[in-house]
Design a protein around this ligand. Structure first.
Ligand code: BEZ
Length: 216
């Protein structure tokens, strides 16, 4: 069955660079970013894992645990981490799953079905660049999928987490290119009277487009 927004992120047990984990126990009541990369010792992936590691304080600030995955072995991951740290001004401390039997990749539908070059030496598909943003209740709140050839912007993933976490606290949505501190959109589920109580001074630009300053 396909995983959708609102689905429970399926639990799994796996070997990682930080030891064996049970996914739900690992994240407990934190948020989690479960993300796959195609292959160790490849250039785009090296820059991506370095970028994730350099953002460690930002993940922590948002109560997010990050966990990577590829179908490579633990030995490969450990060797590659040395290269990432050496070349990317990074200190990789988050776990990376060694999913050599593709169990987790299959469970989360991460395998590449369209790029004939994104395969291992046996011609078996590698993973694409999947991102699952999972909330404190293990609910999948966002899914982002990039092809092997395109490195992700992890600041964008932080921005999505910011939007989701703010939306959980306040009845708002966030507009295009929004960042923390910018005006937000009053949620459509509120009528104007309810909006006025929650957001005094909110602006009605059109009946369906109402904004209010960033709510703290
Ligand atoms: C890379 O990380 O550079 C990469 C990996 C697989 C396919 C294409 C690029």
């Amino acid at each position: 069955m396909s995983l959708r927004l609102g689905s429970i992120a399926p639990n799994f047990q796996a070997n990682t660079t930080q030891g064996p984990i049970d996914f739900h126990q690992f994240k407990q009541d934190s948020w989690a970013i479960l993300f796959s990369h195609p292959e160790d010792f490849t250039p785009v992936c090296t820059t991506e894992l370095g970028a994730v590691a350099r953002l460690s304080a930002e993940w922590e600030k948002r109560n997010v645990k990050v966990i990577g995955l590829s179908v490579n072995t633990l030995e490969s991951h450990h060797e590659w981490i040395r290269d990432i740290n050496e070349t990317q001004d990074a200190d990789v401390r988050f776990p990376i799953i060694a999913d050599a039997d593709r169990r987790v990749a299959t469970l989360y539908d991460m395998l590449d079905h369209q790029d004939p070059t994104n395969v291992d030496k046996q011609g078996m598909p590698l993973t694409v660049r999947s991102v699952f943003i999972v909330d404190t209740k293990n609910i999948i709140r966002a899914v982002i999928t990039y092809p092997a050839s395109t490195g992700r912007n992890f600041n964008e993933i932080l921005r999505v987490v910011d939007s989701l976490q703010l939306g959980d606290r306040k009845k708002i949505a966030t507009p295009a290119n929004w960042n923390v501190g910018d005006d937000v959109i009053v949620h459509n589920s509120l009528n104007n009277d309810e909006a006025a109580k929650l957001f005094p001074g909110f602006k009605i630009i059109k009946p369906y487009l109402r904004t209010t300053p960033y709510p703290n």
